[in-house]
Design a protein around this ligand. Structure first.
Ligand code: ASP
Ligand code: MG
Length: 401
């Protein structure tokens, strides 16, 4: 079999961990498999590099930042290869540009265009273990790019897809995907399986197991994906198209996102074109709007509130203020002490009352819901950030106890 294994930063944080991971790789290789390994930077290396950059220049160009950030992964692959060499195994480390992981020009958040398999295949043909830097690529003029924070998962899935690998295993410091963050939520359970769609929702709603673009890509290319622990050797969570038992499992998981802010534009004219003007201004500035709520008409005016990422909050508020005359409203208010709590489950497609169960849990706990948004397989509520952890716990108790 051809197996792609990705190990995150915490799994390769120090020499002892590197040796443990080398053991997993060696066993896979010695079981007569071809092995391609994707690594992240060790521990907090990427954050440390960002700090280093800030000491020199608070506003460096994204191009130079990528040159810097990509070095973290290069350290990991060299050290891992040395660990395997020491075990007497044939191994080669490769960077993103050596394998021609080609991306677009968006430094800091580049999208993968194509992964060339030539070099990797040559090395596999020599029965070598191939260790590749995650998170990095090369654009059309040969510059180094990075794929956005957490992007090594996406590197791994892209390489697995390009190689038509039999399996893509994402090793991390938890045993798989849980119904909620096991470090914070009592009774959180590991899932044996989850669908690509559910995982995609969870990843974009704040669950930090997988980079959401990696799941999107896994779905598109039907990559056989599994999330598992690099500490305990047992099966993790399989991410796939359809899973057994969806009907029984009403929801698969609960996610919390605190990096959100709410903006309320009050007293806008109730006539066609206003929402368009408002959201076009934000879209032009590349600000993503998430939940939108419009109140009903009161004497020809209404209120539009919406959420944005907290990191876009200042800019969004500024834009709305600057364009007061264009949009036409009485006043605008914003707040950042809010959190989005979401439940996700493919079972929602076939059973009713799931949203009301969630609301009941919040109501019993006296937690006020400020906004609600739903899709086929998720329900999100916006609440006071102060209540977020409690909200996740009470919703979890309601569904899983
Ligand atoms: N090292 C990068 C980061 O910290 C990429 C990754 O870990 O996936 O974001
Ligand atoms: Mg990660």
């Amino acid at each position: 079999m051809l197996i792609v294994q990705k190990f995150g930063g915490s799994s390769v944080a120090d020499a002892e961990k590197i040796n443990r991971v080398a053991g997993i790789i060696a066993d896979t290789y010695c079981d007569n498999n071809d092995v391609v390994v994707i690594l992240s930077a060790q521990g907090d290396t990427t954050d440390d590099l960002l700090e280093k950059a800030a000491e020199i220049n608070p506003n460096p160009s994204k191009r130079e930042l990528d040159v810097l950030l990509s070095t973290g992964e290069q350290i990991s692959v060299a050290l891992m290869s040395m660990a395997l060499e020491r075990m007497g195994l044939p191994v080669v480390s490769l960077t993103g540009w050596q394998i021609q992981m080609s991306t677009n020009f968006e430094y800091g958040n580049a999208r993968i265009h194509k992964v060339s398999t030539e070099r990797i295949q040559q090395e596999l043909d020599k029965r070598r273990i191939v260790i590749i830097c995650g998170f990095q690529g090369v654009n059309g003029i040969g510059d180094i790019t990075t794929l956005g924070r957490g992007g090594s998962d996406t590197s791994a899935v892209a390489i697995a897809a390009a190689l038509h690998a039999d399996k893509c295993q994402i090793y991390t410091d938890v045993e798989g995907v849980f119904t909620a963050d096991p470090r914070k939520v009592e009774g959180a359970k590991k899932l044996d399986e989850i669908t690509y769609d559910e995982m995609m929702e969870l990843a974009s709603l704040g669950a930090q197991v997988l980079h959401n673009r990696s799941v999107e890509m896994a779905k598109r290319y039907s990559v056989d994906l599994e999330v598992l622990s690099s500490y305990v050797r047992k099966p993790g969570t399989k991410v796939k198209e359809v899973v057994k038992n969806v009907e029984q499992m009403k929801i698969s998981g609960i996610a919390k996102e605190t990096n959100v802010a709410r903006i309320a534009v009050c007293g806008v004219k109730d006539k066609p074109g206003i929402a368009f003007k408002l959201f076009r201004i934000l879209a032009k500035a590349k600000i993503n709007v998430d939940i939108i709520l419009q109140s009903i008409d009161r004497n020809g005016a209404n209120d539009i509130s919406f959420t944005v990422a907290e990191s876009d909050f200042k800019k969004a508020l500024e834009l709305v203020r600057e364009n007061k005359d264009v949009i036409g409203y009485d006043e605008v208010m914003g707040e950042t002490n809010v959190a989005k709590v979401s439940i996700v489950g493919a079972g929602m497609l076939s059973s009713s009352g799931i949203a009301s169960t969630m609301f009941e849990a919040l109501s019993d706990a006296g937690i006020n819901i400020q906004m609600i948004s739903t899709s086929e397989i998720k329900v999100s509520v916006l609440i006071d950030e102060y209540n977020a952890d409690q909200a996740v716990q009470v919703i979890h108790n309601k569904f899983f106890n």
